[in-house]
Design a binder for this molecule. Structure first.
Ligand SMILES: [Zn+2]
Ligand SMILES: [Zn+2]
Length: 235
């Protein structure tokens, strides 16, 4: 069972006066020590054994294992439904920090239970466009990675992948166009070499998998041996 309290402390108590602590899943006010309500945590449709252990999509329905993706494994925390969906949408707001903490703790436990955490050499979040990140104040994929590797020796690297300006909203594109659009958004830094490393790649949601696929391809192009994705939710 994942701990849904953050230990409190004076800083959080004072912060709560300025930004009253809210549950990222129902938007209700919660004690400054909490990350979410216990009811919401219990209501979330956490990923179960109907999810493929390899690609992280629904077995017999949307499993992409036959499609030769660049990532090796994708581990989602929950289904992109109900409260978990609200949690992902909360990344637009301050309470999204709580959501990243909750999802990150769940993912860390799942990766650890499957022996995957021990394999990881380096953590790389799917980057956000710089302007977008400045506006939001954080990149949720980075927060997620930070929670997963906390108190481990695994370094978090935000200097490997870069995302550049996107002209059109991805949501208006079809699968093919979307894949094409993704290609022009991401790039890997020169002079980086990930020789034989196992990389943890984090993001908030997996839909078609094209973002993770493309980013994993860039990491493999830099010599990575294996890419393990961890995402808050799966569609
Ligand atoms: Zn709640
Ligand atoms: Zn699969």
């Amino acid at each position: 069972m994942v701990e849904t309290e953050n230990g409190g402390g004076l800083r959080l108590f004072l912060l709560d006066l300025l930004f009253p602590n809210r549950c990222p899943f129902c938007d209700g006010f919660i004690n400054y020590k909490k990350l979410c309500c216990d009811e919401c945590f219990g209501d979330i449709m956490w990923a179960d054994d109907k999810i493929c252990k390899v690609c992280g999509k629904l077995l017999y329905k949307s499993c992409t294992c036959g499609q030769n993706k660049n990532y090796d494994i994708c581990v989602p925390a929950a289904y992109y439904k109900g409260k978990a969906r609200e949690g992902v949408l909360s990344f637009k707001f301050h309470k999204g920090l709580n959501a990243a903490e909750v999802f990150g703790r769940v993912l860390r436990e799942r990766l650890s239970d499957r022996g995957l955490l021990d394999e990881i050499d380096i953590a790389v979040p799917v980057p956000m466009e710089k302007k977008h990140q400045r506006k939001r104040g954080y990149n949720q994929a980075e927060l997620l990675a930070r929670v997963i590797v906390r108190d481990t020796e695994i370094p978090l690297r935000t200097d490997i992948l870069t995302r550049t300006n996107v002209k059109r909203s991805q949501h208006t594109l079809g699968a093919e166009e979307r894949h094409e659009a993704v290609k022009h958004q991401f790039s890997a830094s020169e002079g980086v070499w990930l020789d034989g490393k196992t990389v943890l790649l984090t993001d908030d949601v997996i839909t078609t998998g094209s973002t993770l696929d493309y980013c994993a391809g860039l990491l493999k192009g830099k010599g990575a041996h294996k890419v393990i994705c961890a995402v808050c939710t799966t569609v």
